[in-house]
Design a protein around this ligand. Structure first.
Ligand code: MG
Length: 412
């Protein structure tokens, strides 16, 4: 379904004679960037990065949002991308009305998202949609061979092997935006693949680091939504409090970097300055350090393979800075071990864990289940599911729906 905000105008550049794109195109023309989920924290960060990019080497080409249509219309009105997509079609007419005369093409629904990401002029797609909803758009962008700035970790948690196979087949580079994976991606450049001993993901430990299970029995949503170092949306903030976020990141790392299960570890680092590390076979460890600002890994992915000055600020070392590392408390935060188990078995387990967790977090935020129930309920649904070691994409989408229903029915 297409709704043109400016009916008299032909889309500029569409069907032009641009030369075929290189694997990672760093030619003279600006890279056209589409942001899926532009009203979320990562999406807004991506717009900020494009706006402040030195030399204007990045250009906003498309934006999408689901429920915050007013904000989407405001972003599109300000930045004048080629496309604005209301992924929930109900909002498209009002967005089109607000953007009348701007030249922005308003599209709607999943078809609109696919049209935008597969547009011949689109170079890079930042996938900043939270949860399983981000899979389709990411998949379509990979199919078209676009560079993916991957901020939607759920895509790899659900369908890692399928997504990475498709990316290899279509020559679509996947550059992680998740700060830990961006750090690993950067650190891996210090050696050859055969020289990697292990990767160590850092975790802030979340707002409940140092607490016991007994102390977490009556945690409120308010407590859980107050993260010590990162400012993020509600779903990922709860995931950080349960350490489910780290569990999902362990799974993400396995598929993204094609690692063996034994090569992945987690360490708690409360300052969130060291974003992750790679240890090589000679015992050397290479880390990436920066302040906890999501815009740095976003900028790295959007400008890759270049590095340019932009919004990011480096660390201030003129003042004393202490960095701590400690092992995670696996007893208080059982989501972490659940994530490691799911990472080891692969197949359908990642999709089930991801869907169960999304449904559990939603129930916790509504006050239907308690904080400690999130990991417990996810464990129950993962254990119950009919495991398939080599699922298809349709199979994964079906089991995702099943896991959500099971979690809805779960009782303490
Ligand atoms: Mg992360």
């Amino acid at each position: 379904m297409t709704m043109d905000a400016n009916l008299g105008e032909t889309p500029a550049g569409v069907a032009s004679n641009r030369p075929p794109r290189l694997l990672v195109d760093v030619g003279d023309s600006p890279q056209r960037v589409v942001v899926l989920g532009s009203t979320g924290s990562v999406g807004r960060g991506a717009i900020d990065v494009v706006e402040h990019d030195a030399g204007a080497r990045l250009k906003l080409w498309g934006l999408s949002a689901h429920s915050r249509w007013r904000e989407l219309a405001a972003q599109a009105g300000q930045h004048r991308p080629r496309f604005a997509v209301a992924s929930d079609p109900i909002h498209a007419p009002r967005i089109a009305e607000l953007l009348k005369g701007t030249g922005v093409h308003v599209l709607s629904g999943e078809d609109g998202v696919i049209q935008m990401v597969q547009d011949p002029e689109t170079d890079r797609v930042c996938t900043a949609i939270v949860g399983a909803a981000g899979l389709r758009g990411t998949w379509a962008a990979i199919e078209a061979g676009k560079l993916i700035a991957l901020a939607n970790k759920e895509t790899l948690v659900m369908a890692g092997p399928l997504v990475m196979d498709l990316a290899r087949a279509r020559g679509a580079p996947i550059i992680p935006v998740d700060s830990e994976h961006s750090a690993i991606f950067q650190a891996l450049k210090a050696g050859n693949r055969g020289e990697v001993k292990r990767v160590i993901l850092t975790s802030s430990g979340g707002p409940f680091r140092g607490r016991s299970r007994a102390e977490l029995t009556n945690v409120t949503t308010e407590h859980a939504l107050n993260h010590p170092t990162w400012r993020m949306g509600p779903k990922i903030t709860i995931d950080s409090a349960t350490l489910m976020n780290k569990a999902l990141e362990v799974i993400e790392a396995r598929w993204l970097f094609d690692l063996e299960p034994d090569q992945i570890e987690v360490v708690v680092h409360p300052e969130s300055i060291v974003h992750s590390m790679v240890e090589f076979v000679d015992g050397s460890m290479v880390a990436q350090l920066s302040p906890p600002d999501m815009r740095l890994p976003i900028a790295y992915a959007l400008s890759y393979p270049e590095r340019r000055p932009g919004v990011g600020q480096g660390l201030d070392l003129s003042r004393a800075l202490a960095l701590r590392f400690e092992p995670p408390d696996r007893e208080t935060f059982p989501a972490l071990d659940l994530g490691f188990e799911v990472m080891r078995v692969g197949g359908t387990a990642g999709a089930v864990l991801n869907a169960a967790n999304e449904a559990a977090v939603a129930r916790f935020l509504k006050g239907e289940i308690r904080f400690l129930d999130i990991a417990r309920a996810c464990r129950a649904v993962v254990d119950q599911h009919t495991f398939d070691p080599r699922p298809t994409l349709d199979g994964l989408i079906a089991i995702d729906a099943w896991a959500r229903r099971e979690l809805e029915r779960w009782n303490m």
